[in-house]
Design a protein around this ligand. Structure first.
Ligand code: GLY
Length: 369
């Protein structure tokens, strides 16, 4: 079964992709953080309220049966509650249970859980190890790998956070069987993104494999997750702190964050759906600047439609509101919005001089589609 290693200069860790891997989580934690599994050891298993009823008890039991003292903490699963308040509640649980630096936080949930519990682990006692066990496709191929953690504030998504690389990541595709199909499709938006920025073969393979993936064929899921984690790993190893090429992973995201920030944090569009629309907007922006021809945006729209993702919406906010939201993005530099735009399938560039008119025209291309 695939194991992808992120060999960073100061820290190396493995991403396990294996159906049933969560049943042997205690062994994985023991290997990654031996002090958390020893006689004085302890972990806090942070899961979210959507995952806890399906997998919380079995995973906590797998840890306990493997000899690891385990405390369970359940957090809300909404962008509205992805806040410092939720992080503070986790600190209280860590303190009450005397979590020490040699102990560990184990996450079990979607991207919100990975980000919030990851940030709590990054900041509590100036950092305790975290083992990420993502339970959504999106979290497996993106949020759990690469060390970004954080929370939202009213001004925008993920504006407060830290880089905190996990000690290990465990992707068990069997858990996707309890994931709502809408969430699976949201994960596919990030997979299609990886194809556009780095790998035209993966892009084509996702289109051809959509029925197997949506049918939860485990072999297809293992290949999907492993290929996407490898792309993410390569990008993170090349540029851990986003000084350059890691920003390519933000393809579609500056538009997406504006959509999410102006639609009451995910009540209308889920993150993956906003990314889907954002990727089409970015491709149309590239096309208008002469960076690529229309076939790129068309191919992206066809791939998104093949897996049931939106490519536009009549429900977007006005240009002025969306542009204001984009200006709050973390990637703004010197007051200029930085956009990641495709030049062809498999290649993107970063553009720092997009004008408000160009961005408004890109919004126009996805408005009402
Ligand atoms: N989700 C984008 C990144 O990890 O850089």
């Amino acid at each position: 079964m695939p194991e992808i290693t992120l060999a960073l200069p100061h820290h190396s860790y493995a991403v396990t992709v294996e159906p049933g891997a969560l049943t042997r989580l205690a062994g994985i934690v023991r290997e990654a953080v031996p002090s958390a599994a020893g006689s004085q050891g302890r972990v806090v298993l942070v899961t979210d309220e959507g995952v806890e009823p399906h997998h919380g008890r079995t995973v906590a039991k797998a840890l306990q049966d493997g000899g690891i003292d385990t405390v369970v903490a359940v957090i809300p699963v909404s962008e509205k509650k992805k806040t410092l308040g939720t992080v503070r509640n986790l600190y209280e649980i860590f303190l009450e249970n005397k979590l020490e630096r040699g102990h560990a936080v184990v996450t079990l949930g979607g991207g919100i859980c990975c980000d919030v519990a990851g940030f709590a682990a990054a900041s509590y006692l100036r950092g305790v190890p975290v083992v990420q066990c993502p339970t959504t496709l999106l979290a497996m191929v993106d949020a759990s790998v690469g060390g970004k953690t954080g929370v939202n504030v009213p001004q925008g998504k993920n504006l407060i956070g830290a880089f905190h690389q996990p000690a290990a990541v465990v992707c068990d595709p069997l858990v996707l069987e309890t994931l709502p199909e809408r969430e699976l499709k949201c994960g596919l938006a990030e997979c299609i993104k990886h194809g556009v920025i780095r790998d035209p073969d993966l892009f084509a393979w996702i289109g051809a494999s959509a029925p197997a993936i949506l049918g939860l064929d485990q072999a297809a899921l293992v290949e999907l997750i492993a290929r996407n984690v490898q792309i993410k790993a390569d990008v993170v190893v090349a540029d851990e702190r986003e000084a350059g090429e890691r920003a390519h992973l933000n393809f579609g995201h500056t538009f997406a964050h504006a959509i999410e920030a102006t639609s009451a944090f995910g009540t209308t569009f889920k993150h993956g759906e906003a990314v889907a629309i954002g990727m089409v907007a970015a491709a149309r922006c590239a096309e208008m600047r002469g960076l690529c021809d229309a076939s790129v945006g068309d191919a992206i729209a066809v791939a998104l439609e093949a897996v049931g993702l939106p490519t536009g919406s009549g429900g977007l906010a006005s240009d002025a509101i969306l542009l204001k939201a984009m200006a709050m993005d973390k990637k703004v530099q010197g007051g200029k919005v930085r956009l990641v735009l495709p030049t062809r399938l498999g290649e993107v560039v970063i553009v720092g001089d997009a004008t408000a008119d160009e961005v408004a025209a890109a919004w126009g291309a996805v408005r009402g589609a």
